[in-house]
Design a protein around this ligand. Sequence first.
Ligand code: 9MR
Length: 378
Amino acid sequence: MRKQRFTFQYIILAAALLLTSACSTPQPAEKTLKEAFDGKFLMGCAINVDQSSGRDVVADSLIVRHFNSIVAENCMKCEKIHPLENEYFWDDADQFVQFGEKNNMVIIGHCLLWHSQCAPWFFHDEKGNLVSADVLKQRIRDHITTIVTRYKGRVRGWDVVNEAIMDDGTYRDSYFYQILGEEFIPFAFECAHAADPDAELYLNDYSMAKPGKREAYVKLIGQLQEKGLHIDAIGIQAHAGMDYPDMNDMEQTIQAYIGTGIDVMFTELDINALPNVFENGNENAAVEERFEYEQRMNPYVNGMPADSLQVWNSRVQGMFDLALKYHEHFRRVCMWGLCDQQSWLNDWPMPGRTNYPLLFDRNYRLKPVMQKYTMTAH
Ligand code: 9MR
């Protein structure tokens, strides 16, 4: 009797299984991000030292699964990698490069020259005076040659000069500019190419959709090309917000850069979900700008409301749709971090906010907005 009931239960179970598989339409398997954009552009992620050292195990598993390119969020910046004139600190940068190699990723170096986070010794002599043009050139040459040579053949491309132009198209009044004038940019490209002739070389900046900035970069690219210097692509950082940049302006920027004959990339994509703290609706990503914490500027501590999320989703898709539209000239789309809780935007320009700028949420889940790409052929 007992045996009979057992057999009967098996028959029911088998029938139910058969019925379910016959009725359900086969679901397309969800692709990873890198699979979704395979053949179109590289899918990149800026990683921090916890990730490149293997300490952030959960993040690492997602980075390896979803991304085929990495960039160093901080460990290759001058103040970290070259803190004193005769002292380089390689541990973190070496680990970053090893992480990329171990996981078969395209490794990007960020950044060789940047006015910000540049070690204080770089521009001054022992008396504290600004150094001469010749001394600065020698320092730039040593800095670039040493770093690029160390990772020759391992780092695919370098942000050679970062954030050199202001939103209105004028040159940033950095020490590089004050001491060397416009010449510091071609000089940096010359040094980088000499150190690794096979490395890709890039310019990189934020608020690129601003017409003044766009025109200045088109002119600068032309000047580098006229001098016969090697430049492969320009990085549109793409630190965006809920109402900027205007997508038509962004598209015009992409077209203008492609028109110069080099490729484009989104190199630091994130979408700030919080109210703009700047009274003038500032669209930049200048790390030196800071505000004191105000509760009213931190409205989504417990999550984003549906209407804001909808806007955020359309902004993200707007950026990816542009990259897809121009994919023949788009080398890479790189997120500026993996998941929301790790983003610099929780603390900039105001500390202690709860922001939602990235593709993975605070529980390390890929946001549903990306199903537009991961669930379909496009
Ligand atoms: O995300 C980076 C943050 O952790 C650093 O504190 C900050 C200063 O080094 O730089 C951030 O990254 C910047 C990038 O290097 C250049 N473009 C703007 C990015 C956001 O500030």
